[in-house]
Design a protein around this ligand. Structure first.
Ligand code: ADP
Ligand code: ZN
Length: 344
């Protein structure tokens, strides 16, 4: 097992990679503990959870609404939860977001922790203290910054994760390697078969190094004023693709990373060979690098998303594998790149 720290402004978080669900009891108080999970996790792992009061949400983004949260607040109140209570979220990114938000706001904030069960949650969503819910189609528009006391990343739970969900997690792992950890990229590149078959020993060490990248960036810049922006690599174009096509987040980020890599290559920051290695790795991990969609619509979504920042966008590019740089690019420049190079 590996232990990684995130130092937040209010609280610190300890992430246990390779710890097992069964040891959750060691990390929570003896009384006043409440569990939030989703129905998939409850069906598969319900009998392995500690016998504590439990709220089960429906799986998926549609549970991340203020209306659903009202039901959870009411359940906590009816069950006698008070300011000394402790809430544990057991699930993927959706459950972590809901739990973090509910715990940060119920009675002005109670302590909380996560058991991250999806790869995406283990390497990304559970780490960093961003908790948010959706409103009117805007993702994570209502939320808080607040660190969980602990995160258990039990990689053995990934055995039951659907294959497409595993690939979604790989996208964020590739991102972490690309922005800050070249050796990690090499390991991913030479082990795609073992990753696709969910080799637990390899996953334990790779999840730990991936969490390490995110933890150090978040510790340096919890509120995304500079360094943390690098975690948006692949997400500028990716979010626009996600909005227009509705494909899963990890797949959209993969397409966004391929886009940003090609843009980096065009600017002479990345060699064509490095760019090719990146797209080959994504493909080997069953991730898309392009999509049949109208690029004008995607560009429009990109503009809408960023309209607050006048005519330029902070784009994250790569200066070689393992080093991200933040560049302000004009919308005109991006549009020209799309027209010149990027016809799906
Ligand atoms: P994310 O990809 O952000 O983690 P979700 O929380 O929606 O998003 O999780 C993705 C899907 O995977 C959900 O349907 C969830 O119930 C399911 N899931 C999460 N962890 C596991 C697991 N260990 N085994 C099986 N299904 C899981
Ligand atoms: Zn992401």
């Amino acid at each position: 097992m590996e232990t990684i720290q995130v130092k937040g402004s209010k609280y610190n978080s300890v992430i246990y990679v390779g710890e097992r669900l069964e040891n959750l009891a060691k990390l929570i108080p003896g009384k006043g503990v409440f569990i939030i999970t989703d129905s998939n996790i409850d069906r598969i792992y319900g009998n392995r959870l500690p016998p504590l009061p439990k709220f089960v949400v429906n799986p998926g983004e549609q549970s991340k609404t203020l209306l659903r949260l009202t039901e959870i607040y009411r359940w906590l109140l009816d069950s006698g939860a008070d300011r000394n209570s402790f809430i544990v979220g057991i699930g993927g990114g959706v459950v972590c977001d809901i739990t973090g938000f509910v715990a940060s706001t119920y009675m002005r904030g109670v302590r909380f922790g996560f058991v991250a069960t999806s790869l995406l949650a283990q390497v990304d969503a559970s780490i960093g203290g961003k908790n948010g819910v959706n409103l009117d189609g805007y993702k994570n528009i209502v939320g808080t910054f607040n660190q969980p006391q602990f995160v258990i990343c039990d990689t053995s739970l990934l055995k039951t994760l659907p294959e497409t969900e595993l690939s979604n997690g790989f996208a964020e792992m590739v991102k972490h390697a690309l922005i800050a950890d070249a050796p990690q990229f090499n390991i991913l590149e030479s082990n795609t078969n073992r990753l696709n078959t969910c080799d637990l020993e390899l996953l334990d060490s790779l999840v730990a190094s991936s969490v390490g990248v995110k933890a150090s960036i978040v510790t340096a810049d919890e509120r995304e004023s500079g360094e943390r922006k690098k975690l948006n690599f692949g997400h500028t174009w990716g979010h626009a693709v996600e909005k227009v096509t509705g494909i899963p987040h990890g797949q959209a980020v993969s397409i966004g990373m391929a886009f940003a890599s090609q843009l980096s290559a065009e600017k002479g920051l990345l060699t064509p060979d490095e760019c090719h290695r990146i797209t080959s790795l994504l493909i080997a991990l069953n991730l898309p690098v392009s999509i049949k969609a109208n690029t004008n619509n995607i560009f429009e979504a990109l503009q809408r998303d960023k309209k607050r920042c006048s005519n330029a966008i902070d784009f994250i590019l790569l200066e070689g594998i393992g080093k991200a740089v933040i560049k302000s690019l004009s919308l005109v420049e991006i549009k020209e790149f799309i027209e010149r190079k990027y016809c799906y």
